[in-house]
Design a protein around this ligand. Structure first.
Ligand code: MTE
Length: 301
């Protein structure tokens, strides 16, 4: 499949935070004069930090199907059977049906994407994902005219998921994107971390990653993808619609009703590390702001 994303960063591209800030300041001036190439901008915005350690990324998780503690998923998610795995792709597509994970992996081009990851709880990491663009999978299924949204569903297996005995959320976990968000080249399906198969606690065998949105949009262990013309329900919106909207774009200027979103704690930074400023659209403003032209981001939180 065509390799068409220009922001294909590798670990060698990671920019130390100070260099990132300096470059941003420099670019602020240069930008006004239209002197900065798109690639330079994308790189400076996308990679402000070194990736977190494999341990940070795989031991500090949110995956409520395996418990609500940060260490519960790493402890409990080994019970999830991820092979074989089938994903149903249905709704407004030309080729609906059951797609085996093997079939999907065969058809997709896997690449590394180092992305910032910002949880709505105001912690963040930098994660070197391996995966493919969701657009490639949707194109394989053939999105039909009139499709406006994409709905996603996580597996629901009470025998393998100790956390679903508790009604913390209305299981199965569901999420959704607008079609243009789903087709955006930054939106990927992650199947690996640090060039290893993605661990169960991180959403094996395949989870969504939408780096400019709060982490809860990045739904794990997906078994169904449905193209629809209706805005899909989302788990956290159903649980508390006042606190969690459909869009959930990272925005330092729109606070959560119970805490500020202006800053974040970088996981792995140590107990006394300073909080760091949260960036508009989590640092991906250049790439995605145009998706929301003219939209009131406060009303559409
Ligand atoms: N997907 C499912 N199925 N269940 C969950 O509880 N938690 C979400 C998201 N996807 C969640 C989920 C939240 S709140 C976050 S912050 C991220 O997964 C955490 O991803 P990570 O554990 O890989 O860092």
């Amino acid at each position: 499949m065509a390799h068409r994303w220009k922001n294909n960063l590798t670990r060698a591209d990671a920019t130390p935070y100070e260099a990132f800030l300096n470059r941003r300041q420099l670019m602020g001036g240069a930008l006004g004069l239209g002197l900065v190439g798109a690639a330079g901008m994308a790189r400076a915005q996308a990679i402000p930090l070194e990736p977190n350690s494999y341990e940070d990324i795989t031991q500090y998780n949110n995956y409520y199907e395996f418990g609500t503690g940060k260490g519960d998923p790493a402890r409990n998610a080994h019970t999830l059977t991820t092979d074989p795995w089938t994903v149903v792709i249905d709704g407004m597509v030309d080729n609906p049906g059951d797609y085996s994970m093997a079939q999907i992996m065969e058809a997709m081009t896997i690449e590394e994407r180092i992305y910032r990851f910002r949880c709505v709880e105001a912690w963040s990491m930098v994660i070197p994902w391996n995966g493919f663009e969701l657009a490639d999978l949707l194109n394989l299924a053939g999105v039909q005219e009139g499709g406006k949204y994409v709905a996603f569903e996580t597996a629901l297996r009470p025998d393998e998921m100790p956390g679903v005995r508790f009604p913390v959320l209305d299981w199965p976990y569901v999420e959704g994107l607008r079609l243009d968000e789903a087709m955006h080249p930054l939106t990927i399906m992650a199947t690996g971390i640090y060039d290893k198969p993605i661990p169960n606690q991180n959403g094996a065998p395949m989870r969504l990653v939408v780096p400019w949105k709060y982490g809860f949009k990045s739904i794990k262990s997906i078994v169904r993808i449905t193209v629809t013309d209706q805005e899909p329900p989302t788990s956290w919106n159903k649980a508390n619609g006042r606190e969690y909207g459909f869009y959930s774009n990272v925005n330092p200027e729109v606070d959560h009703p119970r805490w500020s979103q202006a800053t974040e704690r970088a996981v792995g930074g140590g107990l006394f590390a300073k909080r760091q400023p949260t960036l508009m659209f989590n640092g991906y403003e250049t790439e995605v702001a145009s998706l929301y032209d003219g939209m009131d981001l406060r009303a559409n939180y």
